[in-house]
Design a protein around this ligand. Sequence first.
Ligand code: MBD
Ligand code: FE
Length: 309
Amino acid sequence: MPANLIKRDAIAALAARAAGLGQPEGNPRLKQVVNRLLGDLMLAIDELDISMNEFWTGVAYLTQAGKQNEFGLIVPGVVLEHFLDLRLDEAERRAGLSGSTVRTIEGPLYIAGAPLSNGEARLDDGTDDGEVLFMEGQVRAVSGEPIAGAVVDVWHANTMGNYSHFDPSQAAFNLRRRIETDKEGRYKFRSIMPSGYACPPGSQTEKLLQAMGRHGNRPAHVHFFVTAPGYRKLTTQINIDGDKYLHDDFAFGTRDELIPRVERVSDAAEIHKAGLNKPFSRIRFDFTVTKEATGAPASIVAREHAEAA
Ligand code: MBD
Ligand code: FE
């Protein structure tokens, strides 16, 4: 079929009617958004001459993605989750907020309610023979003041790149903890070095990426929510330097400020001192959070999370 078969004002009128714009009832914001998205979609169909076969292939794709609970994975894969971060960064900048550790995407694999401990924790349950990783740092305000009683909610993958809960072979909350900072604002943990995540083979997400000539890999990373009363919630990650996908993350989460130095420790005395018998790694990373401010865009995001059983 040729493109541009329908007049633009006819498309606009259809979108407006379908979105209930002429109706007094309903949610005005929802109508506004549906009107815009429908209108843009019909324009795209007409301009690109999207065929019926293409259209219904798309519907089937999304139906299957929904059945497999993959929207949380497709969203970062098509850059939208990163795009939302860029918008929040800019909105904060315009609200005069600055000095925080940079944010990056939450991703779809957070589980609320991880065990809470004071000052330090061990994240791994000892069943994964990965390289030991010690990580520590301080949570501070922009003024430099340490924040005692901040909560560092940390989660990461195992050496297979898999996350507990979503990977039923791991114990509940393996590699997930909440650590409350001590009186000097410090947190520390022992864990294992994660491997990068790969989209499940055969998943709808992977099919889409493949069809676009892309891969579905993330570099190894560790996720954090950092919260403290009176401060804005920070959602971020660190990436493990040297990873093959460090600057080629399918989810667009890597940011230069979030690649701390990884200290590889192989000195026998140091190994012994750490109570280990093989080389390990150490990362120091401090978090800076900004004070909550009236008029600033929300830093706490309403988002559905998988529930621990
Ligand atoms: C992950 O571990 C992740 O952090 C993101 C953003 C997407 C998929 C898997
Ligand atoms: Fe992740």
